[in-house]
Design a binder for this molecule. Structure first.
Ligand SMILES: N[C@@H](CCC(=O)N[C@@H](CS)C(=O)NCC(=O)O)C(=O)O
Length: 239
């Protein structure tokens, strides 16, 4: 049995991590049984990133490599039917979701005054009160530096939201009137679609990208459709 080591449930979702939610979604979409273990720190992960899996005592990190490994074992139950062009579009959508929209999400959660109190409580709320402030402040300063070095942290808040809006509009256009990103049936890229868009729509995030996504029938119905199909037992904190 595969064990997914992940940050714990939050806001009525299995996890507040877009990558953790992507991996669980992909496993459920592929009908591969798994159990979960909640972790709070990255130290035990082979790449110091969450999520990672444990399988027969072996650890493997990074959702892209984890999924490649599982496809070798179980076959590709989601994307085998896709044309080369659909695969290419799926690949580019996945990168937009996981590399670009996720960076905007992380920056917005950690660096904006309106969202930091919720993020702080969610990420550090279980730490004893006497240490909480210091640990959260040091972590936020470290995060700010990472964001600055990676480039995004050099932009203004409205510029960062405009980057996210351009991405989310492209995802909305790709969906169009289809139920899933590549047509009538879910494909692998929908795991990333739900993993990221649910964070914008179903968590108490305050930002222009969330406002846009919640107001879009195409995007909000997509997230509701994915949630109802793959996570029916979870009750959203944000309706
Ligand atoms: N490409 C990785 C990204 C995973 C990732 O960045 N996870 C975040 C949490 S959402 C993390 O562990 N960051 C490192 C840290 O917090 O120190 C994947 O697909 O698994």
């Amino acid at each position: 049995m595969i064990t997914v080591c992940k940050f714990g449930p939050a806001y009525g979702l299995p996890t507040a991590s877009p990558y953790g939610l992507k991996l669980e979604t992909w496993l459920r979409m592929s009908d591969i049984p798994y159990d979960t273990e909640v972790v709070t720190r990255t130290v035990n992960s082979p790449k110091q990133t969450i999520p990672y899996i444990r399988e027969d005592g072996e650890l493997l990190a990074d959702t892209g490599f984890i999924i490649e490994h599982l496809i070798e074992q179980y076959g590709d139950r989601l994307d085998a039917r896709l044309s080369p062009q659909q695969r290419a579009i799926g690949h580019m959508a996945r990168r937009t979701l996981e590399e670009s929209l996720t960076r905007v999400l992380a920056w917005t959660r950690w660096m904006t005054d309106e969202n930091w109190p919720v993020t702080r409580e969610q990420a550090f709320g279980k730490i004893p009160e006497q240490y909480r402030d210091k640990i959260a402040t040091v972590a936020r300063e470290g995060f700010e530096e990472v964001m600055r070095r990676s480039g995004i942290g050099r932009h203004s808040q409205s510029e960062i939201q405009s980057l996210g809006l351009a991405d989310i509009r492209a995802i909305e256009t790709l969906l169009g009137g289809q139920p899933y990103l590549l047509g009538d049936e879910p494909a692998g890229v929908d795991a990333s679609g739900f993993g990221v868009l649910a964070q914008y729509i179903l968590t108490p995030l305050e930002c222009a990208v969330s406002d846009y996504a919640r107001a879009s029938d195409t995007l909000s119905q997509y997230v509701s459709r994915m949630k109802a199909r793959f996570f029916p037992e979870y009750v959203s904190a944000v309706q």
